[in-house]
Design a protein around this ligand. Structure first.
Ligand code: FUC
Length: 834
């Protein structure tokens, strides 16, 4: 098998290096029409062999249907998902006996009896058998091919430029080809089988599911698999689903019976597949899944593969093409993807970082569409009846991380399912707040699922964390900051307010300083040593303080933007002033807990207390240098190598620490095969916790964006953390808060061209590491008047040890202003930049 890329061409006009891939295997087959366009190698994951296991299969999806394509020559397997096939049925996990125990745990925590508090919490506040329901696979589509012979020219790929997968090989002198995509418009999974000689398509197609299911044939041509979601942890399975498939062949014959569909001697065969369930919403499963699946299939069947494909590419590209990145390319990019992953740490294969960045965007487009479910721990791709952690929603980091790239990489519509889920949770979380905590508003803990459960799961040690409402609300406010969409803010303000009301009622007065703290809680999934005990249950964890501070601030600002609720906002400001300040502990670290109990040899995967730096915006190098230095110390103690998502978080954090080389080092740690003690990347570029968890993919995409552009700290900081490896490059289409779209081209680490598209106008303040001479720019002085760039006023931190250097070395930067008008574009060209 020869390499994919034979020629690298520099197209200076668009300042992008385009890989022009000319391959023997990709030559047009005789007799083949309307084939998938050959995109550029730049966006391809490609391999010389079929997938040996699930983590080598290639993902396709449309937010509803997911398919993992394996590409075996004799036995093709497409593992199928549908985003609403889950175990159990409508339910919630509210613990109606919890309140008295919450009160007792609070008292014990106030008395600093941490181990006792944890013991009581673990025994009385855990789940009663139900820790949430699993997201389940639909089943498999198997295609078996009777031909035998020696295989040559084997090739398979996933082409992100078109959202298609292809398998090709030669057997007995015949070139065979399989093409796959998931239609966004028709909601079907599509397969086309072709060969370069007539009458050569012979194939047997089967549907199978490990869930309770049966297969029949309808109208002599439709293969129908009917199945049910599982009963799980006492919850009866209430999801019904149907997988329907039909074949359209030219030439030859197809015969269907309950054991499958047999295609014989066809010139081409197109397989149409639909999946539907009875799911309407988290409390209604009354839809007719069979009728839904039939309607979808019949409608799609009226169109040819080519028509559906053409529409699909158009729709898909309307998202994918919004952002282009070029970090440079060299000969390492000529290798198949699995080889590139193995070599990434030692090669200067910056194009693989670009591919990984775009893969995160691809995966978000394919797993989270405006009317779909939000991307879960595995997006929509799960091959198991009960996947890792149920493949549900862990909202103490993982679900939020899934959506970090959506605003900055210009895919804001794809956050809609998250926003819808937050709306649902603001309803199902109401009784949790009331019954468990005696509070108004809404609250939930560290997990939820399609039924929008809100109780404690997995036990108090991991699950007694009621602060996820504040983190989720951050996404609502950020959407407003990026878009300026007042209608959206008006719609979601009551939800932000409801979360804030919860804290007004639930915060507890801490005895020593009179601070208001979240109690009981944990610093997600982490423990500290209390005497001889490892304890997680606590009060006033730093992350909680930051989250509540952020929530109150966002609620105050939202009320001001909407010109409503002044009295409420004023009262929030008073509560906010009583929250604990951040504390710098004895090792010069940002304390993770109220007490100074951090360790310097602690390499725990969660870095929750660094939320304030990212994704929060409470720690600025220019305004809080000591806190900034303390975060750097904490992150250095924590180390680099960890689970996939943890490394992804650290990429974002090092980018915010303005250290591009360290961020890039973490990208290298993440894009490498997994080892005994760390996460990494599977051959299909899926992030490995291990096992596969999609958050690391999304987190890394966001991290690369943060290295190139940040807009949270009073200005748009251009190239704040550019690594040495990426000295020349370009990016276009990244979004900054305040509705600015930014294109940057740089050479030898200096910006040579900058384009700013302003959608809502206002002052565009730039921060840069170089001087710029341009008539368009004026020096930026004083506070940025743009309302989307207000910074957060924080309490002074408490510093317990000043001996550790808390004065960070910061880069010299320049501030410039451009007064922009809505809809206008501002181009600053290279000659005026030094
Ligand atoms: C949190 C993390 C684990 C894992 C799980 C799904 O519990 O601590 O590492 O990612 O979510």
């Amino acid at each position: 098998m020869t390499g994919l890329i034979n020629k690298i061409t520099c197209l200076c006009t668009v300042s992008l290096l385009i890989v022009s891939s000319v391959q023997a295997q990709q030559k047009k087959y005789a007799g083949e029409k309307n084939s998938i366009p050959d995109g550029t190698g730049r966006y391809k994951l490609w391999y010389n062999q079929p997938a040996k296991n699930w983590n080598e299969a290639l993902p396709l999806g449309n937010g509803f249907i997911g398919g993992m394509v394996f590409g075996d020559v004799k036995n093709e397997r497409i593992q199928l998902n549908e985003s609403t096939i889950w175990g159990g049925g409508p339910n919630n996990t509210i613990d109606s006996n919890a309140k008295p125990y919450i009160d007792r745990v609070r008292r014990l925590l106030a008395e600093k009896k941490y181990a006792e508090a944890q013991e009581l919490a673990n025994s009385k506040l855990g789940p009663k058998g139900n820790s949430g329901m699993p997201y389940q696979l639909a089943g498999n589509l198997y295609l078996s091919f009777p031909e035998t012979g020696t295989v040559s020219n084997y090739y398979r790929d996933l082409d992100m430029a078109n959202a298609t997968a292809t398998v090709k090989y030669t057997m007995n002198g015949i070139n065979y080809k399989r093409e796959f995509f998931t239609s966004f418009g028709a909601n079907t999974f599509m397969v086309r089988l072709t060969a370069n000689k007539r009458g050569m398509i012979n194939c047997r197609l089967k549907l199978q599911s490990p869930l309770k299911s049966s297969v029949v044939v309808n109208d002599e041509k439709t293969l129908v698999l009917s199945g049910e979601g599982s009963e799980h942890e006492g919850q009866k399975g209430q999801i019904e689903f149907n997988v329907l498939t039909m074949v359209k062949n030219s030439g030859g014959t197809t015969v269907a019976d309950t054991s499958g569909i047999t295609i014989a001697n066809a010139d081409t065969a197109v397989i149409y597949l639909s999946i539907a369930t009875n799911f309407v919403n988290y409390h209604d499963v009354s839809a007719n899944s069979m009728l839904r699946a039939k309607n979808i299939l019949n409608k799609a069947y009226q169109h040819s593969f080519h028509e559906l494909l053409t529409d699909n590419i158009k729709y898909y590209r309307s998202y994918f093409d919004r952002v282009k990145l070029d970090l440079g390319i060299d000969s390492a990019a000529k290798q198949p993807t699995d080889v590139r992953i193995r070599n990434f740490a030692n090669n200067n294969d910056t194009q693989l970082a670009e591919l990984y960045f775009q893969y995160g965007r691809y995966l978000l487009i394919c797993s989270s569409q405006p009317r779909s479910q939000p991307a879960n721990l595995q997006g929509i791709w799960n091959g198991e009846v009960k996947g890792p952690w149920d493949s549900k929603y862990t909202i103490n980091i993982n679900t939020e991380m899934n959506y970090w790239p959506s605003e900055v990489t210009q895919l804001p519509e794809l956050s809609t399912p998250l926003f819808n889920m937050i709306s649902d949770l603001s309803v199902t979380g109401k009784p949790t707040a009331k019954i468990m905590y005696g509070a108004r508003g809404w609250a939930l803990h560290h997990n939820t699922d399609i039924w929008r459960i809100t109780g404690v799961v997995d036990g108090a040690f991991w699950g007694l964390w009621p602060t996820s409402n504040a983190w989720l609300c951050q996404h609502l406010w950020e959407h407003y900051l990026y878009s300026g969409d007042k209608k959206f803010l008006t719609q979601y303000y009551p939800i932000i307010k409801g979360a804030a009301e919860y804290y007004i009622d639930a915060l507890q007065k801490e005895r020593e300083h009179g601070w208001l703290v979240v109690s009981p809680s944990i610093s997600p999934e982490h423990e500290y040593i209390d005497g001889k005990n490892q304890v997680s249950v606590t009060a006033g964890a730093t992350m909680d303080n930051q989250l509540v501070y952020g929530l109150f601030t966002d609620a105050i600002r939202a009320a001001a933007e909407l010109n409503i609720d002044k009295a409420f906002a004023d009262s929030l400001a008073i509560y906010r002033s009583q929250l604990p300040p951040m504390q710098i502990g004895k090792y010069g670290q940002l304390q993770e807990w109220l007490e100074d109990v951090d360790r310097t040899d602690d390499h725990h995967r969660h870095v929750s207390h660094l939320y304030g730096l990212f994704p929060g915006n409470q720690i600025s190098p220019f305004r809080q240098p000591q806190l900034f230095a303390a975060v750097k110390n904490s992150l250095t103690y924590r180390g680099d190598v960890s689970t996939g998502w943890s490394m992804a978080w650290k990429i974002n954090l090092w980018a915010r620490l303005l250290d591009g080389n360290h961020a890039y080092k973490l990208i290298k740690d993440q894009i490498k095969p997994i080892s005994a003690n760390s996460g990494g990347t599977y051959p299909n570029l899926f992030d490995a916790h291990p096992p596969f968890q999609i958050d690391g993919n999304f987190g890394c995409t966001s991290g690369i964006a943060e290295m190139l552009l940040q807009s949270h700290d009073g200005a748009i900081y251009l190239l704040p953390a550019l690594p040495d490896e990426c000295k020349d490059g370009s990016v276009s289409g990244l979004m900054a808060r305040g509705g600015f779209k930014v294109d940057i081209k740089w050479a030898n680490h200096k910006i040579v061209k900058l384009v700013i598209h302003s959608s809502i106008g206002g002052n565009c303040r730039l921060r840069v590491n170089q001087q710029i001479n341009s008539l368009l720019l004026t020096a930026g002085n004083g506070i940025n008047k743009n309302p989307f760039y207000q910074t957060m006023d924080l309490k002074m931190p408490i510093i317990k040890n000043n001996s550790k250097n808390l004065q960070p070395a910061l880069p010299k930067t320049w501030l410039y202003d451009v007064a922009t008008r809505p809809g206008k574009t501002y181009t600053i060209v290279n000659k005026s930049l030094h």
